[in-house]
Ligand binder design. Structure first.
Ligand SMILES: [Zn+2]
Ligand SMILES: [Zn+2]
Length: 387
């Protein structure tokens, strides 16, 4: 079953939706224009139910099959938000909003899921219910978490959930997926180091916070090299080192360190958090100071379920004949919150050559639309075949 004919027919229309979103990017939860457009289209397609305001600006549409006797309910999710980047593509439909840009292709994801929703609402050639999920704030805001916390999964009785992301560098029509941990967790760390400030010429009268904090930065690198099982992965990056002194001759009272932790396994994440606190507090104590660690778990590890991953790969092969095992990704993805709530799978889809995501010259490839729409609709029709 190759790319569906209906999506060849709808290709120009879906491309227009995508380019309209591209010209009008919105950040985080401020996806008001995009959410209103999604709502209007879902209603026009004849969805059985369209609900707004889930996870603030999230939108959900419900499409029932010709029969719902199977009792199955599948969720399909797209993200709607853009990035705070100044676009440099020179496209005739480039961003009209200074400093904002669809540089991750969420315009393409939303347009493709709308296309799949239109087709599914027209044909209803399945036995069960589809819940199309349009989430805001994927780029760091935790929109997926907010929709789940709003009770979305229970409210719509979602049993499985599927998501997709475009992948620059891979050819159009190529899919890639892996079972188990796929995208890393992303945690935020802040360490406030406090000693005793004073004159730089009289260090013996101070408790030097810069020396203390420097030892902490170096010692934190031993978590990955000495505490972590070498077959596991973790990244611990200190990205900011700020002292409370701007002078040449003042030993600062305080130093604030900031950084991020990435892991691919919840047990590793637990270990890193524990060791990070022990090392920071213990090192500060050695020098007579104090370290206060704030460890914020932002996005969890995104874990694909085995059975749904195998199924999603089969569907991808049935659409384009091309699906391989994906590499691990140390970036994060807030679809992880939905996969923590329900079994499901997240797949990557080739975007062709060109700039990578989050680059000012990136653009979603409209040629990929029929494959993405076909994959989503086939997930539904193959998982819940019409009687
Ligand atoms: Zn992104
Ligand atoms: Zn993205």
């Amino acid at each position: 079953m190759p790319v569906k004919n209906r999506f060849a027919e709808l290709h120009d229309t879906i491309t227009e939706w995508r380019r309209d979103m591209h010209a009008n990017p919105e950040l985080l939860f401020d996806t008001h224009r995009t959410s209103a457009m999604v709502e209007e289209k879902l209603k026009a397609f004849g969805c059985d139910e369209v609900v707004t305001g889930i996870g603030r600006t999230g939108v959900v549409g419900v499409i029932k099959g010709k029969s719902t006797a199977s009792g199955k309910v599948i969720g399909l999710r797209a993200d709607m938000d853009a990035l705070p980047i100044e676009e440099q593509t020179g496209l005739d439909y480039a961003s009209t909003v200074p400093g904002k840009m669809h540089a991750c292709g969420h315009d393409g994801h939303t347009a493709m899921l709308l296309g799949a929703a239109q087709y599914l609402a027209e044909t209803r050639n399945f036995d069960g219910t589809v819940v199309v999920i349009f989430q805001p704030a994927e780029e760091g805001g935790g929109g997926g978490r907010e929709m789940v916390d709003d009770g979305m999964m229970d409210r719509f009785n979602v049993q499985e959930v599927y998501g997709l992301h475009n992948w620059p560098g891979a050819p159009v029509g190529k899919f890639a997926i892996r079972s188990g941990p796929f995208f890393a967790s992303a945690d935020l760390v802040e360490i406030e180091v406090e000693g005793k400030g004073g004159h730089a010429a009289k260090p013996h009268e101070t408790i030097d916070t810069t020396v203390m904090a420097s030892h902490i930065v170096i010692a934190l690198q031993t978590i990955a090299s000495r505490n972590l099982d070498p077959v596991e992965n973790a990244v611990i990056s200190v990205t900011s080192f700020e002292t409370s002194s701007k002078a040449f001759n003042v030993i600062p009272q305080k130093v604030t360190l900031k950084g991020t932790v990435r892991t691919l396994n919840p047990a590793v994440q637990d270990m890193v958090e524990k060791r990070l606190k022990e090392i920071a507090e213990g090192t500060a104590a050695v020098f007579g100071g104090v370290a206060r660690v704030t460890y914020k778990r932002n996005y969890p590890v995104m874990i694909n379920s085995d059975e749904q991953t195998a199924f999603a790969a089969e569907v991808a092969k049935s659409v384009t004949g091309d699906c391989e095992e994906a590499d691990l990704v140390m970036g994060s993805e807030d679809f992880a919150f939905m996969l923590n709530a329900r079994p499901g799978a997240y797949i990557l889809m080739g975007n062709g050559p060109g700039a990578s995501v989050h680059h000012p010259e990136y653009n979603f490839n409209d040629d990929a639309i029929p494959a993405g729409c076909s994959w989503w609709s086939e997930i539904v029709e193959q998982r819940m075949p019409a009687a």
